[in-house]
Ligand binder design. Structure first.
Ligand code: CMP
Length: 135
């Protein structure tokens, strides 16, 4: 079933010059870019995106990280896009993510893990409405 999913290329991806390589993986897989924009977000926007994590111990440094510099927000579309993107991204912790995944190949951290992908179709709907209300 064709789905849309929301993806963030986090500030570490932009700082490290990995945006092109990461986008190439999504495009090579056959996913279509529906929207894409580089933005810098503030703490309130970070809290809105990570609403389910704001009370967690790991959240304050995560907020600092995602507001530390420009990131790239995008919407991808394709068959089973939510699950496909999560598989391409790999496990949350880059040290445990399988080689061949984005995090497995380029990250050694569970915070600075380069990418975010919606974890369900319901999250995708919420995140797309939050980041790209015109879609
Ligand atoms: P993401 O897919 O954006 O969803 C929540 C984010 O929180 C996750 O990627 C990581 O960047 C971060 N995260 C999750 N668990 C931890 C943790 N235990 N320590 C630090 N950061 C975490």
């Amino acid at each position: 079933m064709t789905q849309r999913t929301f993806v963030l290329l986090k500030p570490d991806a932009v700082k490290r010059g990995l945006v092109g390589q990461i986008l190439a993986r999504f495009e090579s897989k056959g996913l279509r870019i529906v929207a894409l924009e580089q933005r810098t977000i503030d703490a309130a926007q970070a809290d809105g995106h990570y609403a389910e994590h704001v009370e967690r111990d790991f959240y304050p440094p995560l907020r600092d990280f995602v507001t530390s510099g420009p990131l790239v927000a995008l919407v991808l579309e394709g068959d089973e896009a939510v699950q496909v993107v999560r598989a391409l991204n790999g496990a949350t912790d880059g040290r445990q993510a399988a080689p061949g995944t984005i995090r497995g190949d380029y990250s050694l951290s569970n915070r600075e893990n380069l990418v975010h992908g919606s974890d369900s179709p319901e999250s995708a709907e919420r995140e797309i409405a939050l980041w790209f209300p015109a879609l």
